[in-house]
Design a protein around this ligand. Structure first.
Ligand code: NAD
Ligand code: UDP
Length: 338
């Protein structure tokens, strides 16, 4: 298929480009580079034989979208473009609603004008909020705890209503758990532009000597070792979920949510130990108070994605950490040095 990938130069998008091209899809990236380095596309091209187009533009720019829909004529869109920092979303709520909700709306209008009826959307497990039960299944109530989570839920609701119109519109909502890791080559990976908010990039920067120690946010949770539990998923597994979901969207109409996680939960302490195995050195840690807004534990029930489009996570925790370390050690300054 011809697939337009908004936000395709970002962390998850760049890994997805490789998986799409490996399956023979024709791909065009549409990205504003507000949180990505254009060099990533050179790396993606050198790792693949597929044809990769790219257009610089903002998802809130209707004319820019119309131009790419008219030139590339995509049969489907994978919509990664968005702002993703939970803490920042509380400080800049309107920016988050503008890009994540407004951008999705502008994109859907452009799709309608072009007659494009299939979309895969980057949603998040944060739409569930405080667990009523675990593992979360897709029927779990949604009650996001942050502006960021609310933007994702609103975009989901817009996509659901959009898909109900006449025709074979399909919206696949992929609710990601915690994406980590990097491509096995070590050539592409997560490249935070600032102090990392997320656990694994932070640990990786401690390991490379950029930061003195990891702060462990909360050691008094009601979990086996007192630290927070999350369902970490290898970014390549996550990328493959998009390719599988495309096939599903092509053959179905309507809007469906799917959890994309492993179904396992891992503590902060276990993550540190796994990274130490990968890099062969101790990671200094300091205990710190709980981080505001954090929940104790989350875990996916990913069985619905398996039943609908045959996807399941395949990479182990050690592979997540080994690939992160390969990326970080080969690119101590991310794409900045490449
Ligand atoms: P990322 O920031 O690396 O990628 C997002 C990409 O979108 C970047 O390349 C950025 O330049 C681009 N972008 C941002 N605003 C844009 C705009 N207005 N117009 C065009 N391009 C724009 O983030 P990521 O980790 O790859 O996440 C991709 C998507 O998945 C996001 O929508 C994010 O909310 C969602 N998500 C991420 C996580 C995670 O932990 N990484 C978890 C759940 C959901
Ligand atoms: N965490 C931590 N130190 C950090 C960053 C994160 O202890 O510097 C913990 C955090 O409290 C949570 C887990 O690691 O229990 C995963 O956090 P992350 O921000 O990566 O994901 P999220 O909380 O959004 O699921």
């Amino acid at each position: 298929m011809r697939v337009l990938v908004t936000g395709g130069a970002g962390y998850i998008g760049s890994h997805t480009l490789l998986e799409l091209m490996a399956q023979g899809h024709e791909v065009c990236v549409y990205d504003s580079y507000v949180n990505a380095n254009p060099k990533v596309l050179d790396r993606v091209r050198s790792l693949s034989n597929g044809k990769l187009g790219d257009v610089t533009g903002d998802v809130r720019d209707a004319a820019g979208l119309d131009a790419v829909f008219s030139d590339f004529e995509p049969e489907a869109v994978i919509h990664f473009a968005g702002l993703k920092a939970v803490g920042e979303s509380e400080e800049r709520p309107l920016a988050y609603y503008d890009v994540n909700v407004g951008g999705t709306l502008t994109l859907l209008h452009a799709m309608d004008r072009a007659g494009c009826r299939k979309i895969i959307f980057s949603s998040s497990a944060t739409v569930y909020g405080e667990p009523v039960y675990l593992p979360y299944d897709e029927a779990h109530p949604t009650a996001p705890l942050s502006v960021y989570g609310r933007t994702k839920l609103m975009a989901e609701q817009i996509l659901a209503d959009w898909s109900k119109q006449a025709g074979d519109r399909a919206a696949v909502l992929l609710r990601y758990f915690n994406p980590v890791g990097a491509h096995h080559s070590g050539e592409i990976g997560e490249d935070p532009s600032d102090i990392p908010n997320n656990l694994v990039p932070y640990i990786a920067q401690v390991a490379i000597g950029k930061r003195p120690a990891l702060q462990v946010f909360g050691t008094d949770y009601d979990t086996p070792d007192g630290t927070g539990l999350r369902d970490y998923i290898h970014v390549v597994d996550l990328a493959r979920a998009h390719v599988a979901a495309l096939g599903y969207a092509a053959g179905n109409a309507g809007c469906q949510p799917f959890n994309i996680g492993t179904g396992q939960s891992v503590s902060v302490r276990q993550m540190v130990a796994a990274f130490e195995r990968a890099c062969g050195a101790p990671i200094p840690t300091r205990t710190a108070p709980r981080r505001a807004g954090d929940i104790a534990a989350m875990q996916a029930d990913p069985s619905r994605a398996k039943a609908a489009f045959g996807w399941r996570a395949e990479h182990s925790l050690d592979e997540m950490m080994a690939s992160t370390w390969r990326w970080q050690s080969q690119n101590p300054d991310g794409y900045g040095n490449g």
